[in-house]
Design a protein around this ligand. Sequence first.
Ligand code: COI
Length: 332
Amino acid sequence: VKITSYGVRPIEEPYFDRLNQFGFDMTYVPEMLTHDNVDASKGADGVLVRGNCVVDRQNLQKFADWGIKMVFTRTVGYNHMDLQAASDLGIAMARVPAYSPFAVAELALTMGMNLFRHVNLAVDRTHQANFTVGTDLFSKEIHTATVGIMGVGRIGLTEAKLYQGLGANVVAYDPYPSPAAKETVTLCDLPTMLAQSDIVSVHVPYFPGKNENLIDAKFIEQMKPGAVLVNTARGELADIPAILQGLDTGKLTGYGADVILNEGEILGKKFAQISDVPNDQVQQLLARYPQVLITPHMGSYTEPALQDMISVSYQNFHDHLTTGKTSNAISI
Ligand code: COI
């Protein structure tokens, strides 16, 4: 059984080989799936993608023409997959609903703590030979602070527990909390969570056409003055002009993001200078360094997460091939 896998960085290949317990015949493409490299899937039985791969109707039509019946993603999020087109074309889709939740949770925590203790601001100054301790470096301690988690699924709940381990009071907003979430954190409505929290961390799926710009001016207005905002979920959730304004007025002390809008045009590329980055909003955010931390969607780039992404994906293909379905299927 042949599988073409896109977005396989060289460091990942040995893991794909070692975890290949079902003996799939793998083709690795280092780049993300685009309209230009879709031909690498010709002759395959299945296609494996990750976030920012272009799984639109045009590519799905080609897969269908070539007899490919399975297009799976090894990510949690599946906003890059056109579920309607897949359903119309009789192509099955599946995802990896959970890989090590510590991968993203730890990064979100690290960004939150960095901005909360003004580390980046201070480091930026010492790099300029400025060793003064301005009032803008004054801080609370995390065990005296409140952290608000929006979305206490596996990742959000993991981050909540990490912060609880540091002694923080953790409150959370989630319209559909799991029993584990109910046992672990204090749930409240969104305005209450925003008003109380010194750090707000967002772990919400992005549903195209439904929750764009969820983090908007109204959201920020409801936050505690001087709070830190962290988004390791999806760039589309954040209304960047509103965030920039929050930083300008001091309402926000910092913004940490592992995700940006239109990542497909930016991630994996090295530009000569910031003005070459083809995204005005990203340019403006980067100009706000050191109050803004932007990382290149690397939250899931850890060894445990990678192993889970690969082994669950192989299992998805195996289950679908042997039983005609997988428990990780996604559909409209
Ligand atoms: C996800 O699993 O949803 C991610 O954000 C990972 C990324 C490589 C797209």
